[in-house]
Design a protein around this ligand. Structure first.
Ligand SMILES: [Zn+2]
Length: 169
C-alpha cells in the first residue's frame, strides 16, 4: 500500500520509520508541562516540621477526632418562641450553659426546673435561656413552647444561675 499523492508531506521522525500516518511522537513536548499541575490542595494543612517521620505527615485538624463536645453551630435549632422579656439578658450573657451545667453537676448550683413534657427530665437551659440549642441535645424533648407562667421556674433559676458569683462574706 502506497500513499500516492498524500497531501501531507509528513516526514518520518525516526530514521527507518516508514510509516507516513500521523504518529504520536512528542517532538515538541515541553517537559515542564508534565509538572505544571499544582500539587497542593487548599484543604491540606500546612506541612508540619516533622523531623522524624520522613516525608509528609498528615496531621488531622484538632477537634473532630472524637471530641465529645458538640459544636453549637452544628444541628442548631432556634427557639422561635424565645421569651425575650424573661431571658433576653441571659441570651447575651457571656456565661455559657455548659459552665452552668457543670456547676449543677458539682452541686454548686441547684438543679434545673423539671420539663413540662417529661417531669423526670430537666428543662433545657440553652433552649429557654439562650434561645437556641441543637438537635443532639439530651433534653430535645423539652424544645417546645412554654408560656411565661411555665417559664417562671426557669426564670427564677436563671436569676441565680446567671448571677455573678457573690463575694465571699
Ligand atoms: Zn436543648
Amino acid at each position: 500500500m502506497e500513499f500516492a499523492g498524500s497531501p501531507l508531506s509528513l516526514q518520518p521522525c525516526h530514521p527507518g520509520t516508514t510509516s507516513t500516518t500521523l504518529h504520536s511522537c512528542i517532538h515538541q513536548a515541553d517537559p515542564t508541562r508534565v509538572e505544571a499541575r499544582p500539587s497542593r490542595t487548599p484543604q491540606l494543612p500546612p506541612p508540619t516540621p516533622a523531623g522524624s517521620g520522613g516525608g509528609l505527615v498528615f496531621t488531622p485538624p484538632a477537634g473532630p477526632g472524637g471530641a465529645i463536645v458538640p459544636t453549637p453551630t452544628d444541628n442548631r435549632t432556634v427557639n422561635t418562641s424565645f421569651n425575650e422579656t424573661l431571658f433576653g439578658s441571659y441570651k447575651i450573657s457571656s456565661i455559657k450553659c455548659k459552665a452552668l451545667r457543670d456547676k449543677i453537676v458539682q452541686q454548686t448550683l441547684g438543679a434545673l426546673p423539671r420539663s413540662k413534657v417529661n417531669p423526670s427530665e430537666p428543662m433545657c437551659l440553652a433552649w429557654h435561656s439562650k434561645g437556641q440549642c441543637n438537635t443532639g441535645c439530651p433534653c430535645v424533648a423539652d424544645h417546645v413552647q412554654y408560656s411565661a407562667t411555665e417559664l417562671a421556674p426557669m426564670a427564677a433559676w436563671c436569676v441565680i444561675g446567671y448571677a455573678p458569683p457573690a463575694p465571699a462574706a
